[in-house]
Design a protein around this ligand. Structure first.
Ligand code: DGY
Length: 323
């Protein structure tokens, strides 16, 4: 009798995802945070045919050096910068991620973060809770007027476009930067103007929202030069990946009021947050939650688990392979 394939799910998720995996596999579920270091994952991986990992689990050549029977890695995320795709390919390991199902809710979350930041919601809430509210004032907590302002979107993929659609409804003008220009029909629909170079966009936008993947081209794309190019009254929103922004340079720019504010969902050394950033009053800081709704997170889990079932058992589930 052939053995049941073994799958490692690096931390507990939704019951439905566990049930799908248990139907086909001998499932081992790790503890939250247990596999956040490559060495721990390397030591465990030799026993598994499939891996369902979080974006905090590095799947690199150290891990793969011990992956003697591993055939598939499914990432519980659309972004896959934690996975060395080339190394997976060279070991004949398939890789899957979870696009599409989180586009709309991530766009909602980004716009919520953007509004909190430019309308100074958390800053003014702190003021009220500290007992400082002394009545309405014509000059208190002035924010950005979105109608007629310019949104600069860096990374105009699925999520960037969904954010742009929402911001159009607030009367914003859209400019964007992407390695490749969008088809004319999409540009027309979003009334969006393309800049090849992100720094050209930086000086023209009132709010910049980052939606690019993290790779060698985008690492520290927002550095001190980029921040200096931004208008002093402009805001930065990051719901992509932390290392796209040089976090220390951003913290300094916020304290020195070289930009008006920032809304940040993702961090350079997640889950650590730069001390200087934590003390910047003009920063809204949230813990990587822009895609956090139960339906979305469940769909992500089912897509990832489906990719493992498809690879190891030929079962027919929706899934998306990137290698
Ligand atoms: C992703 O999927 O890449 C997000 O960062 C988490 O929703």
């Amino acid at each position: 009798m052939s053995r049941k394939p073994k799958v490692l799910l690096t931390e507990p998720v939704f019951r439905e995802v566990h049930e799908l995996l248990e139907k086909y596999f001998e499932l081992h579920v790790g503890k939250r945070g247990q596999f956040n270091h490559a060495n721990t994952l390397r030591d465990a991986i030799s026993r598994y045919d499939g891996l369902l990992c979080m974006l905090s689990n590095p799947v690199n050549s150290t891990v793969l050096s011990n992956a003697s029977i591993l055939k598939v890695v499914a990432n519980y995320a659309v972004g896959y910068n934690n996975i060395d795709l080339a190394a997976c390919r060279s070991h004949n390991i398939r890789v899957a991620n979870t696009p599409d199902v989180l586009t709309e809710t991530t766009a909602d979350g980004t716009v919520a973060l953007l509004l909190s930041t430019v309308k100074r919601i958390t800053e003014s809430e702190r003021f009220l809770r500290e007992g400082c509210f002394d009545g309405w004032s014509p000059t208190a907590f002035l924010g950005l007027e979105l109608n007629g302002a310019t949104a600069g979107i860096i990374g105009m993929g699925r999520i960037g476009q969904a954010v742009a659609k929402r911001l159009r409804a607030f009367g914003m003008k859209i400019i964007y930067s992407n390695p490749n220009r969008l088809p004319e029909s999409v540009e027309n629909e979003l009334q969006a103007r393309w800049f090849e170079d992100p720094i050209q966009l930086a000086s023209r936008a009132d709010v910049i929202s980052l939606h690019c993947p993290l790779n060698t081209r985008t690492h520290h794309l927002v550095d001190s030069d980029f921040l200096d190019a931004m208008q002093p009254g402009a805001y930065l929103i990051n719901a992509s990946r932390g290392p796209v922004v040089d976090e220390l340079a951003l913290a300094k720019a916020l304290h020195e009021k070289r930009i008006a504010g920032a809304g940040i969902d993702v961090y350079e050394f997640e889950p650590e947050v730069n001390e200087l950033l934590l003390t910047a009053p003009n920063a809204v800081l949230i813990p990587h939650i822009t895609s956090a709704t139960k339906p979305t997170r469940l769909k992500m889990g089912m897509l990832a688990a489906g990719a493992i079932a498809k690879t190891l058992c030929g079962a027919d589930y929706p899934c998306n392979f990137i290698a």
